[in-house]
Design a protein around this ligand. Sequence first.
Ligand code: NAG
Ligand code: NAG
Ligand code: NAG
Ligand code: NAG
Ligand code: NAG
Ligand code: NAG
Ligand code: NAG
Length: 926
Amino acid sequence: MFNLKVLITFICLISICCSFVSSQNILSSSQNILSRDILSQNTSQNQDISTQDISFIYEEPINGLKFYNTYTFSLEGSFSIWMILEDEDPACILPHLHLRFIDKTGKIKYMDFNYTLPAEAICPFNMEILPLAYNHIIIVYVKSNNGIKGKYGKIINYSNESINEIYLGNANGSVRFSISGKELISIEKPDKEGIAIWRLFSISDITRGKVIEHKNVEFHAPNLLSYTLVDSLSFSLTDGGFGFMYILKYDETKGSSVMRDPNLQYWRVYTSFLRVGADSPMAPFLVYQTTEKLNNLTIKLCTVTYNAEGYVCIMALNNTIINKKNNKSQTEVNYYQLRFLSTGAIVRLNIVSNPTNNTNIDLISLNYGGFLLQHSHNSVMNYYLLDDDGNYMQSQGSFGPEFIHFNMFRINNTIFGIKKQSNNKLEFLLKSLPRLNNHSTEYNCPIIETTKPAINEVIDPLIKEIMIKYTIPVKLSTANVSIFQLSDDPDKPDLLRQTFSGDYKLCTVGHDNYTVHIPIFESTFSQPNSSYYVLVENNFVISQERDEPLIGIKEKLWMLSTRPLKAAQHSDSITGILRLNEEGSLKFLQANHSIFFMNMIQEISKIIPVNKQRLATSGRWMYDPTSPKKILLSFNINEAKDDNTVEPNTQTIFENLNTLIKQKRFTALSFNEYTSLIDESAPFIMTKDYFKEFYPLIIIFIAGLVVLIVLYILARIKNPKGKNFAIFETCFIIQDIAVDLVFILLKVKNTPHLIIPAKIFFILPIVINILLAINIFVSEMATNPSFSKWVSKSLTLSSICTLLSAIDIQILNTFSSDLFGLKIFSAPLTKKSQKIMLWGSIISIFIEDVPQFIIQWLYYNSVITYDLIPTLALASGGLVIGNKLITRSYHALLRWSHRRDKVKEFIKRGHLSAASIRSIRSNVEN
Ligand SMILES: *[C@@H]1O[C@H](CO)[C@@H](O)[C@H](O)[C@H]1NC(C)=O
Ligand SMILES: *[C@@H]1O[C@H](CO)[C@@H](O)[C@H](O)[C@H]1NC(C)=O
Ligand SMILES: *[C@@H]1O[C@H](CO)[C@@H](O)[C@H](O)[C@H]1NC(C)=O
Ligand SMILES: *[C@@H]1O[C@H](CO)[C@@H](O)[C@H](O)[C@H]1NC(C)=O
Ligand SMILES: *[C@@H]1O[C@H](CO)[C@@H](O)[C@H](O)[C@H]1NC(C)=O
Ligand SMILES: *[C@@H]1O[C@H](CO)[C@@H](O)[C@H](O)[C@H]1NC(C)=O
Ligand SMILES: *[C@@H]1O[C@H](CO)[C@@H](O)[C@H](O)[C@H]1NC(C)=O
């Protein structure tokens, strides 16, 4: 009885499990599993691999547990044993869950869990365990809710934490995983009208195993008059979708069967596909029909073929034939293989030979070609090998009556039996089946021949591309190829380095049509001494001949590693700016800036990856002058504390981040909340610090000016009446105003808060200067005949002069300076006007030079990129103030000493002469 149950479970399991990761001697390293080789057994001439059977013993640490079942699952490359504790009633079990996960390396993880499941599930024992991706399982059981039976699933992680319970539909449904293990579908049994509800669930949060229902749709079997739905089943598609099969039978009671049509199709089989992301299945297409009036037609199982021939289903046709000789009727069951493509096109339909005399057999399609036929006879399990056409090749072997459970690692063509439990020991015997094609087993994907670099190769971090060679001509398709860095902490998800699908123009197929070249970004293998793996999803490529999606390479199989770092060259801290896209800029403006910066640093440091301490920010930001809706953020990359450690230098970090940003849509940047707001159209750039860069130039400039000023002052002291130096001051003032004007026109818009003050302190002095200049002109014209003569002589010149004096009233001084003895510089001004000029220029220090200097300083401190203009504006503004202060104080000093002399003279002479007064004035006013 138990044997039969196990056998049934076996059949179910074979249909559930898809692929397994191979490892030659994985179990020998485990403490609980002993490995010993058994004598090689005779196999066929087709055999091209070692045929050594592997035997090992699993020892259960908890006394009293009984073996119940095994699961072989693909994603972790492991399998699990389910042990149970039987109740007094042998049909029931105690509500303890004991699962043993044995990974690729033979390490065992024990999961002992007391769960609260409804009595219906454990007495009589009636539940299933299905492995989910990412260290989770789902227990499927039936539970009554208000008297209505329903199917439920409880999701549990390997750390024994129950995540949640989901409702899967009515009690008769079936549950199936997508080929990736990331989605599951629960299909209710169709009702009389052939309508069933299917629910699609996906694991929304992969690391926490959160499962959400995201679709809940009805499906309808083909609605044909006079046909009834006999059975339906589902299977997983290569690209992640699901297939449905419907078996319909002609109903004679419904049909008009008075005149029997010889072409009447008694049985029809339809298939329909639910594509990834589609809302409803495709219209069903006919895959088989027969005019024979069979007893029954059953589909045993449907699986993905590994040679791009679509799907293969095993169909059993139960028929009663009448022996013409003795007129006795006899039941025969014929097995057929039915192969069809994703398009619905039939590739093959033929009978499969049955070398046994029994009608009750199991047939499994093998990944490396052919079929495995199993049949139990007198408690002995015999197995046979058939070729791709279903022809019997040879008897392959048997498992004796001591074996009570059988399962299979499909991916490396290995079947295993487990001997009857003795005490706490379970003995496994693994038998390797011969492969009918000599394709590589390394990648668990027979269609892949080689890769470059090979599995476990140590690679150059600057590798430009990697390559996969297939055994058939291929085309690129829509699924992704991704590279991950293996996480140091096995509980943490691996770090995505790059990902893109086949149909981006990044990958190319070589001229031979067999090889696919995958480009590698500089940032991908950036970490020295680290492990990486390439994950090739199913449907990354399709077969050129049939457009059929191909199986890919599972995670952690194509492993690569990088060398330890040689001591890196030191590089100084770098300040760089990156741009946010419009959405990001809006979010930044609404968010708390320092929290935004902090989160950004957090995510970027994880993605690069680099120690968080290496990234910092001054918090500076600004609108991008070239794209006003976008914001630039400034970040610092701190230099490594110790160049001898394995830390990358700042230049490397900078370049990695730059590559990541450039390739944002293909890197982890686009999968994180904050980094996804980065604008990939703007490169991550180092900011130029002109103070640093032009440091020598600016020093020379300032030094030169200081020397000139000193010379000027010395010359003035030597020759106080000399006026030729006025031109120098004028040039200086014009230069300053030009720089200020450029600054206002081009730069100040980057800092919105400075625009208004900058304009006020630019325009206000001009207005005041113009008023003063007009005042001087008007009064000069009225009171000074020699001035009006000068004006009428050179009209254009005098208007230019007025205009220029708007810049700084001091310029008028130049025109009255007798410069080089030229006429144009000989505007005769009265002492009164000269006094106004003096005061005007003093006022302008406070309403023009000092405020502008402050504004430029504020600008300099609130922007993150600056070029020569603000730097020069700042420097020349400072110098103008310096110059004015020095010359004015010199004048004041001169005036004071002069006055003191005059006062002394006056005291001496007893009165102040008019000439001396004039002389004091003229000294002061120059
Ligand atoms: C096949 O895979 C299983 C599971 O990974 C492993 O235990 C077994 O040793 C493999 N067999 C061969 C022949 O590689
Ligand atoms: C193995 O099988 C071949 C035929 O398939 C046979 O000739 C040979 O004697 C057998 N060897 C052993 C050791 O059984
Ligand atoms: C489960 O319950 C049994 C007794 O009912 C107890 O011996 C065992 O320690 C419990 N296990 C866990 C994991 O709580
Ligand atoms: C025919 O096979 C289906 C399974 O596909 C089974 O449910 C049904 O009972 C069978 N019908 C008969 C008449 O044996
Ligand atoms: C074939 O059909 C007959 C009649 O329905 C049934 O008795 C028999 O058990 C079936 N055989 C198999 C192998 O299903
Ligand atoms: C099948 O039965 C025939 C006759 O009943 C017998 O000669 C033959 O050996 C059997 N074959 C197998 C594989 O059991
Ligand atoms: C590769 O495929 C293309 C397009 O199908 C075809 O034109 C070309 O001849 C093929 N190249 C080889 C070497 O077969």
